[in-house]
Design a protein around this ligand. Structure first.
Ligand SMILES: Nc1ncnc2c1ncn2[C@@H]1O[C@H](COP(=O)(O)OP(=O)(O)OP(=O)(O)O)[C@@H](O)[C@H]1O
Ligand SMILES: [Mg+2]
Length: 243
């Protein structure tokens, strides 16, 4: 896509309008998203909370275009994701989106530096430069001595930090995180959120975090609560905590 992407502080970065997503399930489809409308503002860290199975991962997947909706509209930084071809969505994602998946999705045969450099390689960086940049981000996340290790040699929390490094390495405009602190202790989780918050607090950036972890609610600017495929509450984080 060649259209310029612009955003001013607190403009809408992600707009989800009346999105329905079903999965086939015998005669009665499973409604993962039932008419969801939702916005995430630029310059903010938005958290999505809600019980298991309420549709949080599905919502993240349709926002970043890895899953198609049945109906509704999704705009990311003003671009209509549903109106793009598969190749355009893929190119858009590799330039503009960083993911931290619920399962870390690290490649077992690649070292940490190689894993974390993947988004840069996809953008055409030479591998040595990409790995140097990845090593710098891994070092910031406390894994500087392990850059030549393989994922299987790490604890769950360390693997999670590699996934965070991979999401941040290409400085994407939109960072999407599915339970980024699930395997982290309080101190490491705090540091990971500080990094994500630092990324969000710029006018042309947006971070969306799905979490069950109430220890990290204090990092949110905005909280949206889901229940059974719907967004049932969406408010500034301060109001959510006091609700
Ligand atoms: N690929 C799929 N095929 C069929 N059903 C699916 C699929 N993915 C999700 N679902 C169903 O859609 C609903 C929402 O699932 P989703 O993974 O979005 O929930 P979640 O809120 O992320 O849950 P958790 O907190 O456990 O990760 C669930 O009922 C789930 O069983
Ligand atoms: Mg999930």
């Amino acid at each position: 896509m060649s259209h310029p992407i612009t955003a001013s502080e607190n403009s809408v970065a992600v707009r989800v309008e009346k999105v329905v997503k079903t999965f086939p399930n015998g005669d009665t489809p499973t409604y993962a998203l039932r008419d969801v409308s939702f916005t995430a503002l630029a310059g903010q860290l938005t958290m999505i909370v809600g019980p298991s199975g309420c549709g949080k991962t599905t919502l993240l997947s349709v926002i970043c275009g890895t899953m198609q909706t049945d109906s509704g509209r999704i705009e990311v930084f003003g671009q209509d994701i549903g109106g793009m071809s598969d190749a355009e969505v893929t190119a858009f994602r590799s330039r503009n989106v960083g993911f931290i998946f619920q399962q870390f999705n690290l490649i077992p045969t690649l070292t940490l530096a190689e894993n974390a450099s993947i988004p840069l390689i996809l953008q055409g960086w030479p591998s040595r430069k990409a790995e140097e940049k990845a090593a710098a981000v891994l070092t910031e996340l406390g894994l500087g001595t392990r850059i030549r290790s393989f994922p299987r040699q790490l604890s769950g929390g360390q693997q999670q930090r590699v996934a965070i490094a991979r999401a941040l390495v290409h400085d994407p405009r939109l960072i999407i995180c599915d339970e980024p602190t699930a395997s982290l202790d309080a101190k490491t989780g705090h540091h990971a959120l500080e990094l994500l918050k630092e990324s969000a607090c710029r006018p042309d950036r947006c971070v969306i975090v799905v979490t069950h972890d109430s220890r990290i609610f204090s990092f949110a600017d905005w909280i949206a609560e889901m229940e059974d495929g719907r967004v049932v509450k969406s408010c500034p984080a301060a109001e959510y905590r006091h609700a």
